[in-house]
Design a protein around this ligand. Structure first.
Ligand SMILES: Nc1ncnc2c1ncn2[C@@H]1O[C@H](COP(=O)(O)OP(=O)(O)O)[C@@H](O)[C@H]1O
Ligand SMILES: [Mg+2]
Length: 368
């Protein structure tokens, strides 16, 4: 799958911008603040209905304009595949159309336009709170498994209901017997989510090693472990995980009622990243964090390729500022020969990579 054409109207700094990229690597260069990241955000909107940065639709609407519209067409093996239109106005909200049919829920599109993004803010995946790492896990899994996405959405709904009930029990001081069935439902979905996350980590590990291997002078061995607070053996099945979760819930029930909230489950889990057996979060240098995040995203790309049999579109915002000159060259080499697929890279200056398509941002602006 690749992006064949995109038009971006009244989005961020763009009054009207049109772009017909190449199927392979595309470098967009231009000075700071010229709207390069905005273009990657618009592409992400067309694929996943939102930006890769945590911003509201309202913030991405061009100042003083009444609505924005992003129109994209995608191809697969040079055949027209589909068109996506994203429309937003403050009064009407956001509407997304695939081949002119309006989506009922935005989650419907997840997985149909596989996409991996990397931005300087992603350093929060290794340095930030567990929530950032769960977001990374959920993003990788949701885009490759509709079943996982369904479980995840279901989980969020059930968790909210159970928390509401626990809070009520806490405040009224009256036990509600339906708590048991709420707990059972949550334990069942949790066991599936935990099982899928564990399986993900097993498969992902090899891709992470592969991406590290692309960079010379990196004698570091990366690794990751899923931490869910249960002692599980390798390959443990869903039923057995579910039993352990139920046992945990019965030991913490009094606590949960006292606190009025769910104290155990996938919404509190974490990933531990390591290099050479040492915790990245605790011991790694800034440079090691940056390298890890770049490799993590490359590994996500490889993982998604393996699961989907299709190459995701790779959005690399300012990646060269994360890597030194030698590693930048190695990355381009790997993107061309190993990863493949369509890639967008933003950078401030034109680069000396002979075979790579490079476009100056001002050549894309129809109205500035
Ligand atoms: N909603 C908006 N309306 C108009 N301009 C915006 C909006 N959001 C951001 N901008 C502008 O977009 C520019 C940033 O564009 P960006 O794509 O981040 O630049 P860069 O080329 O450095 O990646 C800034 O000048 C900023 O003021
Ligand atoms: Mg930028």
């Amino acid at each position: 799958m690749y992006l064949n054409h995109i038009s971006i109207q009244s989005f961020r700094a763009h009054a009207l911008t049109t772009y017909s990229p190449e199927k392979s690597i595309n470098i967009i260069y231009g000075k700071n603040g010229s709207g390069k990241t905005n273009i990657l955000e618009a592409i992400h909107y067309a694929m996943l209905t939102k930006s890769f940065l945590t911003v509201s639709d309202q913030e991405t609407l061009r100042f003083n304009d009444p609505f924005f519209e992003i129109k994209a067409s995608f191809k697969r093996q040079d055949q027209f595949q589909s068109s996506v239109r994203v429309y937003y106005s403050p009064s009407e909200g956001k509407h997304v159309f695939v081949n002119k049919t309006r989506l009922e829920t935005f989650s419907e599109i997840v997985g149909d336009y596989p996409c991996v993004s990397l931005s300087p803010y992603d350093i929060s995946i290794t340095q930030g709170s567990p929530q950032e790492r769960r977001r990374f896990l959920d993003n990788s899994l949701s885009q490759t498994s509709k079943a996982y996405l369904k479980d995840l959405l279901n989980y969020k709904r059930s968790l909210l209901q159970r928390n509401r009930l626990l809070s009520e029990v806490k405040h009224t001081g009256k036990f509600r017997p339906e708590l048991h069935s709420f707990t059972e439902v949550l334990a069942t979905i949790s066991s599936r989510i935990i099982h899928q996350r564990l399986t993900f980590c097993e498969t992902f590990r090899a891709h992470l090693l592969d991406s590290y291997a692309q960079f010379s002078n990196l004698s570091e061995l990366p690794d990751l472990t899923y931490e869910c607070g249960l002692s599980l053996s390798k390959g443990e099945d869903t039923e057995s995980i579910e039993k352990k979760i139920q046992a945990r819930f019965s030991t913490i029930q009094t606590d949960e009622i006292r606190r009025g909230t769910t104290l155990f489950g996938p919404h509190r889990d974490d990933l531990e990243f390591r290099i050479n057996e040492m915790s990245l979060k605790k011991f790694a240098s800034q440079g090691q964090h940056k390298t890890f995040v770049v490799c993590l995203k490359i590994a996500q790309h490889l993982y998604m390729q393996e699961m989907l049999g299709d190459k995701p579109i790779f959005l690399l915002d300012d990646v060269f500022s994360e890597l030194d000159y030698e590693r930048s060259g190695e990355l381009i080499n790997f993107l061309e020969k190993g990863i493949g697929g369509q890639t967008f890279i933003t950078t401030t200056e034109r680069k000396r990579f002979p075979n790579v398509n490079q476009v100056h941002i001002t050549d894309l602006l129809v109205e500035g």
